[in-house]
Design a protein around this ligand. Structure first.
Ligand code: NI
Length: 253
């Protein structure tokens, strides 16, 4: 079995067709899902989905793109959301200096606030990093007791190593399967006991669905790519990544 550790099931195309989407995932042996919130509304939707399906877990957080629109009381709202069963992480948080949709100063401040919540609650974080390695490493290092995952990893092996040294897991998504991606080389150097798999759906469909809307079952293609890269069976990839997800997020399957 595989766990999609990062999906956004609250988008209409997925949510409105959820039973079929999850059936298709099951056929590909993807059985459990972490639905990741990106703002307060989506975090609430994620909680709701986790309450209506026992195979869906959820997280609450503010994505760097959404940081500029975070409500004044977002910290209180995250604490409230995290008090429910099935809420397994704080996030999606982080920094995105590639698109800079929110001002970097606002991104940093909202990121730090969420790291602080995770530290208080002793919950793992799910973070997004695009072209922001230096500031991201700096902020993570301010919270040495917090662990979590670098979701949809797209940076260098050096950065992956720094994250791992700080106790973080590295999660690969569909872009690992893209032709000529440098990520194969990165993934080869990330030990399997630190590796997670995800889709980030509805974004980032893997080959052979590149460019099409993504769905959670396609975690399978990321896992198959990892099995090629590490030259081990798909079963080994499934076992190891599932064990990692269960441990990091304290999942009750
Ligand atoms: Ni995401």
């Amino acid at each position: 079995m595989l766990i999609d550790t990062h999906c956004h099931l609250f988008y209409d195309d997925l949510k409105n067709d959820l039973p079929a989407v999850l059936d298709r995932a099951k056929e590909l042996d993807v059985t459990h899902f972490i639905c990741v919130g990106t703002n307060m509304d989506d975090s609430r939707s994620s909680l709701l989905l986790s309450q209506t399906n026992q195979n869906i877990f959820a997280s609450a957080g503010v994505h760097p793109h959404d940081a500029k629109n975070a409500p004044m009381d977002f910290i209180d709202q995250i604490y409230e959301l995290m008090s429910f069963d099935g809420m397994v992480a704080v996030g999606e948080m982080g920094l995105d200096y590639y698109r800079n949709i929110s001002d970097p100063e606002i991104q940093k401040s909202v990121f730090r606030d969420q790291m602080n919540i995770a530290q208080e609650l002793k919950k793992p974080v799910i973070f997004h990093n695009r072209d922001a390695d230096t500031d991201l490493i700096k902020i993570l290092s301010e919270f040495p007791d917090v662990i979590g995952v670098s979701h949809c990893f797209s940076s260098t092996i050096e950065t992956a190593q720094i994250f791992m040294d700080m106790g973080y897991y590295i999660s690969f998504s569909g872009n690992l399967t893209f032709k000529n991606s440098h990520l194969s080389e990165v993934a080869k150097n990330v030990p399997l006991d630190r590796t997670l798999v995800e889709t980030d759906c509805p974004f980032l469909s893997p080959v052979p669905y590149r460019g099409k809307p993504n769905e959670p079952g396609r975690t399978r293609f990321v896992a198959e790519k990892l099995s090629d890269i590490h030259d081990v069976s798909l079963e080994v990839i499934a076992e190891r990544t599932t064990a990692n997800a269960v441990k990091l997020f304290n999942l009750k399957l």
